[in-house]
Design a binder for this molecule. Structure first.
Ligand code: BYC
Length: 314
């Protein structure tokens, strides 16, 4: 009975758009959902560094290298804010990291595709960060305070990432025939995986209804996917590239683009661990975690030393 009253009060608070803070009462399932979503999001930022990191040494000039380096460092920062936000819910980041390293935690499907050419770096910025912004701007209004606040800075940085990606693609698309082909091939490779980033269709999204009622999610997966298509198709047209979808057509009645069917079999295959790069990504993350052990040990030894000095002084 007491729980029922608390749940009613909790929902009333959400309905008044009051943010939930770490020490406030919340239903266990709300806490669990947030830990799941925020940690998957953090893992995505961390694994997302790998496909782009692959091109830092091969960026075509110093300006491109500096921008890419800064972008990849931003992703690391996003991962850290998000792990911190998850920790306010009573979990330890080392446990979350272990779930990523042993392959039991999910991270965004998109990062299991390879970056084959420099144009893929442009396509990731343009399409992947573009999709990320649409999904994440509404998260600045998510009901859990620490997550919402972390997303404000993340979105500002993602917006810069999207522009630098579009500028790379635009430069290639305005270049010679070989460069145009690189840009078109990258769009062909990344278009469909970018649409899959928004998650399963609304009919198959098991968490959406509850997450929308709790105001964790503000818009459905299909709504955001449609918004992405509507905004991105004119951007492709503007630089003379064609979207690889023969069913793509403006629908006057709906006021939206109609687009072709998504290959959901491919999506589920990738999130089950069988995408083109899943194994490689986990292997690289594990190797890097192992190589960084001395840094973690040194940092905690330093923290212990500082704490014991404080104790002696007291
Ligand atoms: N990939 O019921 P649903 C970034 C899972 S970072 C893998 O619709 P939900 C960036 C889903 O987790 C991009 N798995 O779930 C970084 C669930 O599995 P579990 C990441 C996916 O949570 C660096 C199951 O499918 N962004 O953009 O209501 C550089 C059923 O789905 C995917 C975020 O994490 C996927 N694409 O909605 C550049 C944003 N989609 O947990 C860019 C925050 C679904 O039941 N997250 N699944 O085992 C969200 O907004 C939501 O979690 C999602 C999914 C829209 C992604």
């Amino acid at each position: 009975m007491e729980n029922l009253t608390r749940e009613k009060e909790f929902q009333a608070k959400l309905d008044r758009e009051v943010k939930i803070e770490p020490k406030d009462w919340m239903p266990d399932a709300y806490r669990k959902t947030l830990i799941r979503q925020i940690s998957q999001h953090a893992h995505s930022e961390i694994v997302g560094m790998l496909p782009e990191g692959n091109w830092i040494t091969r960026a075509p000039n110093l300006r491109r290298k500096a921008a890419l380096l800064a972008k990849v460092q931003d992703e690391a920062g996003h991962g850290l804010y998000l792990y911190s936000a998850a920790e306010t819910l009573g979990v330890d980041r080392i446990d979350l990291e272990e779930q990523l390293l042993d392959g039991t935690a999910k991270y965004s499907s998109i990062f299991n595709y390879p970056t084959q050419t420099w144009a893929d770096i442009g396509a990731i910025g343009w399409l992947v960060d573009g999709a990320a912004i649409l999904n994440q701007v509404p998260l600045c209004r998510t009901s859990y305070g620490p997550y919402a606040r972390a997303m404000v800075r993340v979105c500002k940085e993602e917006s810069f990432h999207q522009r630098q990606g579009y500028e790379i693609i635009m430069t290639l698309a305005q270049g010679n025939e070989a460069q145009k082909k690189l840009a078109q091939d990258a769009l062909n490779r990344w278009w469909w995986p970018a649409l899959m980033m928004f998650g399963p269709s609304d009919d198959n999204s098991k968490h959406s209804a509850q997450s929308m009622a709790w105001k964790i999610k503000r818009f459905s997966n299909d709504y955001l996917r449609q918004d992405f298509v509507d905004r991105t198709v004119p951007q492709a047209e503007y630089i003379g590239l064609s979207v690889p979808d023969k069913d793509l057509k403006w629908n006057d009645e709906r006021g939206h683009y109609d687009f072709g069917p998504i290959n959901w079999e491919e999506f589920y295959n990738v999130i089950k661990g069988n995408g083109p790069c899943n194994r490689q990504r986990l292997k690289t993350r594990n190797a890097s975690f192992k190589a960084g052990a001395w840094v973690r040990e040194a940092a905690s030894a330093y923290a212990d030393k500082k704490a014991s000095r404080k104790e002696v002084a007291a």
